[in-house]
Design a protein. Sequence first.
Length: 169
Amino acid sequence: MFSKSKINEPGPKDNETAAPMKADAPKPATPSSSGDYKPAAPKAKPPASVLSSDLHITGNVKTTGDIQIEGTVEGDIRAHLLTVGEGATVKGEVTADDVVINGRIVGRVRGLKVRLTSTARVEGDIIHKTIAIESGAHFEGSVQRQEDPLSGNKPGAKPAPAPATSAQS
């Protein structure tokens, strides 16, 4: 039916024209017939999980992917990219590589990149590597820059000293 041109293919050209293809010669693996086919490109990233506006979660949420919250969460959230929708409310600690806040958060925010849009309302501390706060955003709390805000350690915090065996002199 159709044949592929062999002009631009690498490899020896002398033997290809002289020897016709044998019927019992092995065929190259094709993705449709072979179960061990591995695509060269990485898989496409799945879309963000969306917690709809009518959803109320009490408890912690943890994912290695992206999450978009439109409802209410009472608990801690850990994600790669966290987007808090305009009508959403989160009461708890938020930790993510990227945090985009359009709604309300009551609690600590930890993120490498934190962005408060003009509709954001945050009541709590923000620990970040980079931050952007748009005009109109409402924020009550402290802002603290850390090289690794996801680690959970406070800057300058040292391990607690061993308890003294005798406190009296």
